[in-house]
Design a protein. Structure first.
Length: 256
């Protein structure tokens, strides 16, 4: 049964920096301990336990995860169900703070706990949509929903990302995947170009994010991780990891 909301947990006992991390679907970053320092050309922002970070699909982040007197812990809540256009319009009308970093109020915390509990129950997609629509309405009433979604449909990049994420180790083919999506190879390439990406780039994003998840889950054999991410060559995988995140897999392991 497809899950329309996913909770991914990150921890770290030592500070570490990751560059160019792809956001594959709209998500909320919820820091539970320590803080996340967002780095950009313009400024530096900190996200701690007192606020949340709202991120739209397609963005890329460079950040440092900083533990305090206890290890860093955070949760990435990813959404795979789009809201109605009317809710996005309501959210824009109600927006009083033009920032993607949002104070974590008691009510918002309670709403997060509710959807967290919902995600741990095996529910049909229909029931999940009902729960999420209620959560989206709450966000819209408080001017927050449009900080997650800029449109009411899944982009081709998101559809392809979800397809790859089902089994990142598979030997994917653009010819087969374009047919599965009901379009020609050239049309798929053109639409992805309009979204400022490519087939190979989307696949790389999914596989590298999967690698982070495997490392966070305690996997330490980089040859096995490479295979589970679709790489027959461990060295090629390690090279891609360093190029993407700005540190080696071994260096990242040392921070967990």
């Amino acid at each position: 049964m497809k899950s329309l909301i996913k909770f991914n947990y990150i921890s770290g006992s030592r500070p570490h920096k990751l560059t160019n991390v792809a956001i594959l679907s709209p998500c909320i970053i919820w820091v539970r301990a320590g803080y996340k320092r967002l780095l950009s050309d313009q400024d530096i922002d900190n996200v701690d336990t007192q606020n949340l970070l709202f991120i739209r699909s397609g963005e890329r982040l460079t950040f440092e995860n900083q533990p305090s007197d206890i290890p860093f812990r955070s949760c990435q809540i990813s959404f795979h169900h789009s809201p109605d256009q009317s809710l996005l319009a309501l959210s824009i009308d109600n927006d009083i703070q033009h920032s993607r970093i949002v104070p974590l109020s008691h009510n918002l915390l309670s709403m997060l706990e509710i959807i967290k509990n919902m995600s741990e129950i095996e529910l049909s997609e229909t029931v999940q949509r009902c729960w999420l629509d209620g959560f989206y309405h709450y966000l819209a009433e408080h001017g927050l929903l449009h900080k997650l979604f800029s449109y009411t449909y899944l982009s081709l990049t998101e559809k392809l990302s979800e397809h790859f994420a089902q089994s990142p180790a598979d030997d994917f083919s653009i010819e087969k995947d374009s047919q599965q999506l009901g379009m020609s190879r050239s049309t798929l390439i053109r639409h992805l170009r309009q979204e400022n990406t490519s087939y190979r780039e989307v696949l790389l994003n999914v596989r590298m994010n999967h690698a982070i998840g495997l490392l966070q889950a305690g996997n330490r054999d980089t040859n096995v991780i490479a295979l589970e991410c679709g790489y027959l060559s461990e060295q090629r995988f390690l090279q891609r990891f360093r190029e993407r995140f700005g540190l080696s897999a071994k260096e990242y392991m040392a921070t967990i």
